[in-house]
Design a protein around this ligand. Sequence first.
Ligand SMILES: Nc1ncnc2c1ncn2[C@@H]1O[C@H](COP(=O)(O)OP(=O)(O)OP(=O)(O)O)[C@@H](O)[C@H]1O
Ligand SMILES: [Mg+2]
Length: 296
Amino acid sequence: MAVISIYNNKGGVGKSTITVFLSDFFSSTRIAGKEARVAVVDLDSQSSSATSLMGIHAVAAAKSDKRSLTHLFKDINTGRKVRIADYLLKREKGRTQSRRIPLAELWVMTQERESAIDIESEWSQQKVVRLLRSLTGTLQKKFDLILFDTPANVDKRNKITMAALRTSDYIVIPSESSRMGVNGMTDTFNMIQYARAIENNRHPAPQTAGILLNKTDRRTRQYKLHHRELIDIAARHDTTLFKNYFPHAHTLSSAADDSLYFPTLREKYNTYYDHVRKAAVELAGRCGYKVRRIQK
Ligand SMILES: Nc1ncnc2c1ncn2[C@@H]1O[C@H](COP(=O)(O)OP(=O)(O)OP(=O)(O)O)[C@@H](O)[C@H]1O
Ligand SMILES: [Mg+2]
């Protein structure tokens, strides 16, 4: 399957939340008859999605034990023999006695700020792309789907995020249907264009899978006012808005709370799960593959 970046240069639009939704959903599906294996690479050193999926202690331990993406890069660079599995955190399958769909196994890699700064100030963009491409190549042997959660406010100096965009097959852009959502699009598409133009050994440039609206209430004036504009912006960049979207829901803050234990998808998302499922199935279709029955 694919390598997908969740990217919008604007902060707080739901990149990390949507990364968690998609990884939870896809890890509970079957791809080519087998339980899908999903890896999330959290490129934001704030580690929102990694923490939400793995818990704060596991993420803090990975960073202090030097088991992050950026430590992996540094270890490879110094010629050390590495096992990529040592840099991945594993979430065990949810334990449930009920017939409901348990939260499935998935894997997470984090990033650590200091080592990222070293890499981005000393290494060339080409070198970072080469290393990340080699990593995704290795991960793709083991995983069906790799999701990159990206940080906000990035520019050309953020070589790791630019490399992630460049080495992705698809980029999903979460946004809100608001004036600020519209304002964020110029920078976002500029950065995508910049990343697409980075030389990558004739590897195809990423496609934009579409703009996925989050925190959306279709009844509001704000939605109606800016929706049309977002459709036009998308069209100017050869893409479209997702048909499905994520409504604003206060209950979602608990779904991201790593101190609560949820054994099943339904317990985690309740009625919101249907929105997660529909948007994820639409994304799969946009990336050209079919999602099979969810395992029981
Ligand atoms: N559909 C939603 N309904 C209600 N709250 C939401 C929704 N989606 C995200 N949020 C909340 O909005 C805030 C920002 O979301 P999130 O951290 O996922 O955005 P982000 O784009 O990853 O932010 P950053 O740019 O800082 O990485 C969080 O508090 C999250 O819980
Ligand atoms: Mg985030």
